[in-house]
Every structure is written in structure tokens, then in C-alpha cells.
Write a protein of this length. Structure first.
Length: 121
């Protein structure tokens, strides 16, 4: 972020003089004060956005919604993949049959195996 970069430069003793914003000139006391005020408000904005995002996600989870893209591996497709694996097919072969990526098959089978090993109560 620009404020972070400007703060780093300030820490190194580099003065800033904006060509487009005449009030930003850290070679003067007023310019340093204005820079500090702008930095505080910029950080407040970042923190507020982060806080609102976290609250929104928490609210959505409480309502039973989860974020992210839905999986292409339905329970039926995952079972089919598990059967193919049991029949000796490789992950690449299973992925080709199901028309998904090899990593998608790998993740789905890992969840499938984990669910079998630790069934939900």
C-alpha cells in the first residue's frame, strides 16, 4: 500500500514532496503532520474493511452459508472415483473419466477417506 511505502521511506530519512498534492511535503512540519493524519485515516479504512469482512463471513457461517466455489465433485462422483481407485485406476485416469483435474480428484478422495475414518456423530 502507498502509505506503507511512504512510511518506510520516512523511516529511512527520505522526505516526500508530492507533485500533485501540494499539502504533502514531509520536509515541513505541516506536511509531516498532514502525512500522519492521512496515514491514520488510511489505516482506519483498512481496519474497518477487514472488520466488516470478518463480521460478514461470521454472519454467513452462522446462517449455514459457506464461501467459495461449489465443488464439481458431488457425493455420487466422489463415490464413483473411490470405486475406480479401488479397481486400480490412477488419479489421472479417474480425472480423465470424470473430466476434472487430478488435484480435484485427489482432494475429493482425501475428504472421502477422512470421512470414512472419522464418521460424523
Amino acid at each position: 500500500m502507498a502509505i506503507d511505502t511512504l512510511s518506510e521511506l520516512n523511516d529511512r530519512g527520505v522526505d516526500i514532496r508530492s507533485l500533485t498534492e501540494p499539502e504533502i511535503d514531509t520536509t515541513t512540519p505541516m506536511g509531516r503532520a498532514l502525512f500522519g493524519i492521512v496515514a491514520v485515516f488510511a489505516q482506519l479504512r483498512v481496519d474497518t474493511i477487514r472488520d466488516n469482512t470478518l463480521r460478514g463471513l461470521e454472519h454467513a457461517r452462522a446462517a449455514g452459508r459457506v464461501g467459495g466455489r461449489p465443488s464439481v465433485m458431488s457425493p455420487e462422483r466422489t463415490e464413483a472415483a473411490a470405486r475406480m481407485r479401488d479397481d486400480g485406476k490412477t488419479l489421472s485416469q479417474i480425472a480423465d473419466v470424470l473430466e476434472v483435474g487430478k488435484s480435484t480428484v485427489h482432494r475429493a478422495l482425501a475428504r472421502h477417506d477422512d470421512n470414512r475414518a472419522h464418521p460424523a456423530s
